[in-house]
Design a protein around this ligand. Structure first.
Ligand code: ADP
Ligand code: MG
Length: 229
């Protein structure tokens, strides 16, 4: 009689269930979003504002479900060789408008020829969660720096901000489910990020100081360069 096995079987069932529920809920959300957008086009200014808020909340619900789905099923289907700089450039492109909105900016160092194996959308999701936290931590003259390099069989990525920072107690709790200091936070972002990085055989390490900023260091095994893309 093996308790461990039983437990992992149970986990398997719960994961499957969570993944299918999340998947099923995402579809009606998308449909609702489409209709609301349509309605908002022919609406008065005051109504437009309400539609905008409602759409934002729908997007938030979708983001939570996406995070949850990844947590329940982090297996990396479609593993391919990824160009790290291209992936980071994409992440920067997605999040720069958000950083600008809070008066900050994102600087990505140009680094060619760094390759890892993984799933592009999962890697982006992991990086987006980290950079989003940095944006949300920014004060005035906020700057997020992202750079990457190769170091003995590994690709190392740094994401550094000059935001509000964290104390040792917060640092210790990163990645814990539902740990959040934000009024509208879910505390799922880093949990999902940690899980994706782990599934990609990588590691993540945070350094932070209250009042001066936070730096995440992520390491992945480098992909064989001679391997086809
Ligand atoms: P959420 O963003 O929904 O709160 P996360 O798992 O993404 O959940 O982050 C958990 C908590 O970790 C955040 O609420 C915040 O307090 C802290 N944190 C994460 N990244 C940073 C950062 N770059 N600067 C300051 N605090 C951070
Ligand atoms: Mg977050």
């Amino acid at each position: 009689f093996n308790n461990e096995l039983q437990r992992s079987e149970k986990m398997e069932i719960i994961s499957e269930l969570a993944a299918s529920v999340a998947h099923e809920v995402r579809n009606p959300l998308q449909v609702t979003r489409g209709f609301m957008q349509l309605l908002s086009q022919n609406s008065k200014e005051t109504e437009k504002e309400y539609f905008g808020l409602a759409l934002k909340e729908l997007d938030r619900a979708s983001a939570i479900i996406t995070d949850f789905l990844t947590f329940a099923k982090p297996e990396l289907e479609h593993e391919v060789k990824l160009n790290v700089y291209e992936e980071l450039k994409h992440v920067k492109g997605i999040l720069l408008p958000l950083a600008n909105l809070s008066g900050g900016t994102i600087k990505l160092d140009d680094t060619k020829d760094l390759y890892i194996n993984g799933n592009s959308s999962k890697l982006k999701q992991a990086m987006i969660n980290i950079v989003k936290n940095s944006i949300e931590a920014l004060d005035e003259e906020g700057i997020i720096r992202i750079w990457a390099y190769a170091e003995s069989e590994e690709v190392v990525i740094h994401i550094k901000d000059n935001g509000i920072g964290m104390d040792a107690r917060d640092l210790e709790r990163l990645g814990e489910a539902y740990f959040s200091n934000k009024s509208k936070g879910t505390g799922l972002g880093l949990m999902v990020t940690f899980r994706i990085i782990e599934a990609m055989r990588g590691t993540i390490h945070f350094m932070s100081e209250k009042g001066s900023g936070t730096e995440a260091v992520i390491r992945f095994p480098a992909a064989n360069v001679s391997q086809p893309e």
